[in-house]
Write a protein that binds this ligand. Structure first.
Ligand code: NAD
Length: 477
């Protein structure tokens, strides 16, 4: 079986304690590689390499750093087939989607490469005579990056592009379920001309490898994407050291359809909103709010289209829905289907495992109607192909239901009334609002959560400030 060591100071290294664990293919349920099971000693080794790497990286001109990021983007495009295939092997997402996503990931590095030499301080008009006061933006140093299993390389790019452009080094701890694509990505940095040690990866479990990374005194910041529970643990540990964090956490996003919408477009938006990536996206439109006047015919069409989805091999071009990525997640999704039934919701599609699946964890695309917003199926993140349909009367009720949730990552609005679109985009408490579209993200646009969905923003111009600190310099003249 293939083995992957940690990637530290430009090379793969065995774990210091000599421990390994297996990673499995969610489609077959079979292990396919061994991954280093890191601990505090491996983290310390990686941070030491990153401290040295950061000094070399920050010594380059900003323009040289930017050019290296642009070369990296070109290399990602050249290796996108391979990286996408590895990611599918580990997380079971559709290859077609993953291949498109991996090519697009290059744009984050290209965009932040372009920004690297445009980080400018200011001259401050001082109230004091005889001083020259200016600001300079400086890197934080070594940033710890902790990523989840659903889109490892994309969610890493959102952090790493900005952090590197700002002059930082990184130690990455990918999810224990999907470490391989991040490890396969690592050699591209040397090819792009990055000094060794600028980007390092330590693999392993959250408590064993993630926690020591958060606690390491030379790690200046933690950028975390994952569950709200994991995020809270990281936030608590970082707080003890007054260490800044960015947290990209879960969601329970409302997708709101008004009677005046292009209903066919809204059906497709609702379906891709919840069933793409088998529902395992933080932005899943997992609460579908339907105006009562269109409720029944909309549900009928939804069931017709979603019911025709082909479930199967994520590598096959004709597959629409792949497996659930991890065994615990599979159990969790089935548990939530039971919870919804016990709460009195009506299952109108799916509602269980796929019979005769090839060994992996397959759940049928599932739709519940008759859901009240107070039910657990409406309030808690399932992170699977399970849609909760909630009816509403009018705009005011739609906004009230949409906002009555601890999360605030994203929201969708389907209407032809642009006044209403503007009113909702103002009143919905979510970091992203899509009108007559759903799931669009870009390197140009800030992304992040309101409320329990997180702290900070990734992508776009302002996200680079998450990885900089400002110094005020006073010179007596
Ligand atoms: P998770 O919180 O279980 O794990 C995320 C990462 O944190 C993993 O690498 C894990 O090993 C690590 N970790 C766990 N405990 C830790 C600890 N005590 N200290 C340090 N690290 C620790 O999340 P997951 O199940 O891998 O991912 C799914 C979740 O991620 C969902 O809630 C989803 O909504 C969220 N997510 C959010 C975004 C976003 O941008 N907002 C994007 C994708 C996924």
């Amino acid at each position: 079986m293939q083995r992957y060591g940690h990637f530290i100071a430009g090379e793969y290294v065995d774990p210091i304690a000599g421990r390994w664990f297996e990673t499995a293919n969610p489609y077959t349920g079979k292990p396919w590689a061994e991954i280093a099971r890191g601990d505090a000693a491996d983290v310390a080794r990686a941070v030491e390499a990153a401290v040295a790497g950061q000094a070399d990286w920050a010594a380059l001109t900003a323009t040289a750093r930017g050019k290296a990021l642009v070369r990296l983007a070109d290399l990602i495009e050249g290796h996108a087939d391979h990286l996408a295939e590895i990611e599918v092997r580990d997380n079971g997402k559709l290859y077609a989607e993953m291949r498109a996503q991996t090519g697009y990931i290059a744009e984050w590095y290209r965009y932040f490469g372009g920004l690297a030499d445009k980080i400018e301080g200011h001259v401050i008009p001082s109230d004091k005579a005889g001083v020259f006061n200016f600001t300079r933006y400086e890197p934080l140093g070594v940033v710890g990056m902790i990523t989840p299993w659903n889109s490892p390389l994309l969610l890493l790019a959102w952090k790493l592009g900005a952090a590197l452009a700002a002059g930082n080094a990184a130690v990455i701890k990918p999810s224990e379920f999907t470490s391989a694509s991040t490890l396969e990505f690592m050699p591209l940095f040397a090819k792009a001309g990055f000094p060794a040690g600028v980007v390092n990866t330590v693999t392993g479990f959250g408590a064993e490898a993630g926690a020591p990374l958060v606690n390491h005194p030379e790690v200046a910041k933690i950028a975390f994407t994952g569950s709200d529970i994991g995020g809270a643990r990281v936030y608590e540990a970082a707080a003890r050291q007054i260490k800044p964090v960015s947290l990209e956490l879960g969601g329970k996003s409302p997708n709101i359809v008004f009677e005046d919408a292009d209903l066919e477009a809204a059906v497709m938006g609702a379906i891709s909103g919840i069933f793409a990536a088998t529902g395992q996206t933080c932005i899943a439109g997992s609460r579908l709010l339907l105006q009562r006047s269109i409720h029944d015919r909309f549900v009928e069409r939804l069931v017709e289209v979603a019911g025709a989805a082909r479930i199967g091999d994520p590598m096959a071009a004709e597959t629409h829905v792949g497996p659930v990525t991890t065994p615990p997640q599979y159990r969790k999704v089935l548990e939530y289907i039971e919870i919804a039934r016990n709460e009195g919701a009506r299952c109108v599609l799916g509602g269980g495992p796929v019979e005769g699946a090839p060994g992996g964890q397959f759940v049928q695309p599932t739709i519940f109607t008759g859901v009240h917003n107070a039910m657990r199926i409406a309030q808690e993140e399932v992170f699977g192909p399970v849609l909760a349909v909630i009816p509403f009367e009018d705009e005011a009720e739609a906004i009230a239901i949409a906002n009555d949730i601890p999360f605030g990552l994203a929201a969708g609005v389907w209407t032809r009334d642009m006044g209403r679109a503007l009113r909702l985009s103002e009143r919905l408490k979510a970091g992203t609002v899509w009108v007559n579209t759903y799931r669009a993200v870009s390197y140009t646009s800030p992304f992040g959560g309101y409320k329990r969905s997180g702290i900070g923003r990734e992508s776009g111009m302002e996200s680079i400030k998450e990885y900089l600190q400002v110094k005020s310099v006073w010179i007596a003249t």
